[in-house]
Design a protein around this ligand. Structure first.
Ligand code: DGY
Length: 317
């Protein structure tokens, strides 16, 4: 019986499918990231590993995976895995694209609207029992119509965010390695250089994968190009941005506000985040819908089944 090890309890639909197909599935049951010691113990005898974005699958771990044929990451991002090394050892790495695109795009818009309409501050005011009546100048925000919406990374999620932003009347501009025909023809979007998009955007939203090229792409110098009235959104990865500098800009009102679903050092956030009023802070829930998480569970299972049955991976990275 081929063994599949899952580093966390994921929705049962994928686990059930693996069991139905005759695999011996074991799941790390504690509701916390698996420790390195446990991971080392568990990966030794598995034919397939289903990992999370919080599991560091580096050379040391891969070297222990003598029998393993596939690492199926339960995420679209795969920056937690040394994929080159895995490939050199003949291990196929897969991820979960497409199935979480809509959920992540929806959440991006939640953050945009929350920042534009000061939702966190507004809700806090009511909960703190400080709502003393309608006021002409209470918590004035910004409309989205006619604002420049800058998308960094025009892949699946970036494109879906652009569609949603366009329906709010935003003018779409984007930064990407390649031309996105859909954005240009249907949404009349314009491709721009990184510097130009940072200078022009009223809202800037990150949708790049984290890799060597994108790490710290938004350095101090780049962030300094943002308009003081701009809104910054990150649902991609914290390491793409110089987070400390962004916090400094938010403190000094060098940008209007920011919405974060991801951070540099999750879950240990820079303490200064908690002091800021002009931010919305979410706990990495981009793909956290029943639909997306069930489909992610099914997709990791189907990738494992395909590879362990000698077939092509469905979504190799
Ligand atoms: C991913 O899949 O990479 C997301 O960050 C998970 O929500």
């Amino acid at each position: 019986m081929k063994k599949v090890f899952i580093t966390r309890d994921i929705p049962s639909i994928g686990i059930d499918l693996l069991k139905k197909k005759g695999f011996d599935v074991s799941v790390y049951k504690k509701d916390q990231p698996i420790s390195k010691i446990e991971l080392v113990k568990s990966v030794k005898n598995c034919d397939a590993l289903i990992s999370l974005l919080s599991d560091k699958i580096d050379k040391e771990i891969i070297d222990l995976m003598d029998r393993c044929k596939v690492i199926a990451n339960y995420a679209v991002g795969f920056n937690n895995i040394d994929i080159e090394y895995a490939k050199s050892k003949g291990i196929i790495v897969t991820n979960t694209p497409d199935v979480l695109t809509d959920s992540t795009a929806d959440l991006t818009i939640v953050l945009v609207l929350s920042c534009a309409r000061k939702i966190s501050e507004s809700e806090k005011l009511v909960r703190d029992k400080k709502f003393v009546g309608w006021k002409p100048k209470l918590l004035l925000g910004m409309e989205l119509r006619n604002k420049y919406f800058g998308i960094l990374g025009a892949g699946r999620i970036g494109t879906e965010v652009a569609k949603r932003a366009h329906s709010f009347g935003c003018k779409i501009i984007y930064y990407s390695n390649s031309k996105n025909d859909f954005l240009e023809t249907v949404l009349k979007a314009k491709k721009m250089s990184l510097n130009s998009i940072l200078k022009k955007s009223d809202i800037i939203s990150l949708h790049l994968p984290l890799n060597k090229k994108s790490k710290n792409l938004l350095s101090k110098e780049k962030l300094a190009l943002l308009k003081p009235s701009s809104i910054f959104i990150n649902t991609a990865r914290g390491e793409i941005v110089d987070e400390s500098y962004l916090i400094k800009m938010l403190k000094q009102n060098k940008i209007a506000s920011a919405g974060f679903d991801v951070y540099q050092n999750e879950p240990n956030l820079n303490k200064e985040f908690y002091e800021l009023k002009n931010v919305v802070l979410l706990p990495h829930i981009g793909s956290a819908t029943m639909e997306a998480r069930n489909n992610m569970s099914l997709l990791v299972a189907k990738n494992v089944i395909a590879i362990l049955s000698g077939k092509q991976a469905i979504t190799p990275v």
